[in-house]
Design a protein around this ligand. Structure first.
Ligand SMILES: O=C(O)CCC(=O)C(=O)O
Length: 333
């Protein structure tokens, strides 16, 4: 006879399952589960523990249904409005806290008929739908199991690859853009569209979060991209993160990643939220400053700084609208 404690994903109820000769008998204990979605065996959570273990090994994982249907449709409704608005603009526009434009256009391909809006910085400052997701989503539950229990918000942005825009991302690790006192920094990329092999999915190098940090400086210029040699090596090993709209890729800040352009006639948009352990203190100015920097989203503020030992070249504070312009400096090298 095997006894298993089981918490149903949606119901928050705890059941006890008794297995007799391969037949399960379920009894509702009538209690609310502490963590929805956790499979309990002999009193210990197993389901998320496996995901945490997988994340620690690979440095990333794709989680389905990280957003509810209503979160996804609220985000996409704001995004459609912003894309429509972008048609009438001929240069990047809007303003974030440090005065740089909030809405970034890929100017070489942008037109009224084929808008090439490629980045919206800190949309959670101007959209309730984005703010709601920053504060609560299924991926954040996992982040707090991985780095938790105390988690704060660092940055949020939307990256778009509209059809014909040609927008691509050169390989890099996020950490050298955002060094902190410790390495518990997570980038969560929510899929606002189905992400396929053809529409420019995120490509990652499994396990690279446990390897070296690669320089984003070349010939004295901060390009935000690794050297051509490292990029060529990455291309031979990358794994594409595909999935349905509403899924999310959780990615360690030290994981090497990049993405190619969208070859299809439909959009590929990501809402990207970075979270840090509450005791990770930034060593540089936030490159995407917002009023939400440091907002506690899980647990509490402790006021403790935790440090690990590593070396990294400090990044350059961006003068450009977004990292796409920083990365375009690679062509000058
Ligand atoms: O939009 C993408 O495909 C990748 C995003 C990314 O690499 C980043 O924002 O650091």
């Amino acid at each position: 006879m095997k006894v298993i404690l089981y918490s149903l994903w949606e119901s928050n109820k705890i059941f006890i399952a008794v297995r007799l000769k391969n037949i399960y008998f379920f009894f509702n204990l009538g209690h609310n589960a502490v963590t929805a979605g956790v499979f309990m065996e002999n009193g210990k959570p197993t389901k998320n523990a496996k995901l945490v273990e997988k994340f620690q090994k690979d440095g990333f994982l794709v989680l389905e249904n990280a957003l509810t249907d209503s979160q996804l449709s609220a985000l996409n409704s704001d995004l459609s409005m912003w894309i429509e608005e972008s048609r009438g603009n001929v240069k990047s526009y809007g303003k974030i806290m440090d005065g740089r434009p909030r809405f970034d256009l890929q100017l070489d391909t942008h037109s009224f008929d084929k808008p090439a809006l490629r980045r919206i910085t800190s949309p959670a400052e101007i959209s309730q739908a984005c703010l709601d997701v920053v504060k609560d989503n299924q991926a954040l539950d996992l982040v707090s199991e991985i780095f938790g229990p105390n988690i704060k918000h660092w940055t949020n942005k939307i990256n778009l690859k509209l059809p014909g825009s040609g927008t691509e991302v050169k390989f890099h690790q996020d950490f050298p853009y955002e060094p902190h006192s410790n390495e518990d920094i997570m980038t969560v990329l929510f899929f606002l569209d189905d992400v396929t092999l053809e529409n420019g999915p995120l490509e990652v190098i499994a396990g690279s979060h446990n390897g070296p940090l690669y320089s984003l400086w070349h010939d004295g210029i901060f390009t935000g991209a690794v050297s051509a040699e490292v990029e060529a090596e990455c291309r031979t090993k990358s794994i594409s993160c595909v999935g349905k709209a509403g899924s999310a890729c959780l990615m360690h800040s030290k994981l090497m990643h990049g993405s190619k352009s969208n070859k299809t006639q439909s959009a590929r948009s990501l809402f990207i939220v970075s979270y840090t352990a509450e005791d990770a203190v930034s060593l540089t100015e936030n490159p995407l400053p917002s009023e939400l920097d440091g907002m506690i989203v899980r647990g509490k503020k402790t006021g403790i700084v935790r440090s690990t030992s590593y070396s990294v070249e400090l990044p350059e504070y961006p003068q450009e609208v977004s990292f796409f312009d920083q990365q375009s400096k690679m062509k000058d090298i």
